[in-house]
Ligand binder design. Structure first.
Ligand SMILES: C[S@@+](CC[C@H](N)C(=O)[O-])C[C@H]1O[C@@H](n2cnc3c(N)ncnc32)[C@H](O)[C@@H]1O
Length: 257
């Protein structure tokens, strides 16, 4: 199951690497600013960015901290991120690695960042245990991910939307689940924030290279869904066409015990 999931991630993200480097929603935003603010407050040193994607979080941290290592499972994504970083003259070291098997010694980082990625991991707890292992005691994990919805119908609806667009989407966790998994992995949550993020439909479906048929099918699925499920994500429909929807993002700073 886990290897299948990793193959799905690579199949999904490899051909989309350039689109992720170019994505405005990944390049910046209030969520990245919040992670940076927590990083500055903690005087982040020796930063590891896991599931770096287009490398935007790693690059932003490299502007004020001398050592940033970025890892990702998908080699074409890493190549695109490395080219982007060198065009920006950013000192980031890129390495291929799976979050469940980080190739670093125990306690080798002071800060680990993970932004918009945990919903792709086969399971959250093994990933958090690896992060705890490579963080020094007292070090911080700065994480941002899609917040799971508390209502079961809304949650099942958006999971179906997400998986039709991106079969490598596993699931978004609720805040209580994050707190429990972090606790089990040896972390204490110190700071938290929730932010909304609007997803323009064309850009969001286009970035994952959906075929016109799959896109039309997904739009029909959304339009036929119960109105309260759509309302939970603020779907905007104009002239019978989906324009956008809004996600909530959970941001946490958790310190290693
Ligand atoms: C949306 S992108 C990440 C965006 C990026 N962190 C940022 O701040 O812009 C998700 C990334 O997670 C990576 N990924 C998914 N599962 C992974 C795993 N098990 N180990 C490492 N990387 C993984 C994918 O290859 C993909 O590049």
């Amino acid at each position: 199951m886990s290897d299948d999931q990793k193959a799905r991630v690579q199949a999904q993200f490899g051909p989309s690497a350039a689109a992720y480097v170019a994505s405005a929603g990944h390049a910046g935003g209030p969520d990245l600013e919040q992670l940076l603010a927590w990083g500055r407050k903690r005087a982040a040193q020796r930063v590891l960015d896991i599931a770096t994607g287009g490398g935007h979080t790693a690059l932003a941290f490299s502007r004020f901290t001398p050592s940033v290592v970025a890892v990702d499972l998908t080699v074409p994504m890493l190549r695109a991120a490395r080219d982007f970083a060198s065009s920006e003259h950013a000192a980031v070291r890129f390495l291929a690695a799976d979050v469940e098997a980080l190739p670093f010694q125990d306690a080798s980082f002071g800060t680990v960042t993970c932004r918009i990625a945990a919903h792709h991991f086969p399971a959250l707890l093994p990933a958090l245990r690896q992060v705890a292992r490579v963080l020094r005691p007292g070090g911080s994990l700065l994480v941002q991910d899609i917040l799971g919805h508390d209502d079961e119908t809304a949650s099942a609806f958006i999971l179906e939307v997400e998986r039709r667009r991106d079969p490598s989407h596993v699931r978004a966790f609720r805040q209580l689940e994050w707190t429990a998994f972090l606790r089990a992995a040896g972390f204490t949550v110190m700071d938290e924030a929730i932010m909304t993020k609007r997803r323009p439909w064309e850009e969001w479906t286009g970035r994952m290279r959906m075929s016109p048929e799959a896109k039309a099918d997904l739009e029909r699925f959304v339009l036929a869904a119960p109105a309260p499920a759509r309302a939970a994500f603020d779907f905007v429909i104009e002239d019978g066409r989906v324009q956008s929807f809004t996600d909530r993002m959970l941001l946490l700073r958790a310190d290693r015990d």
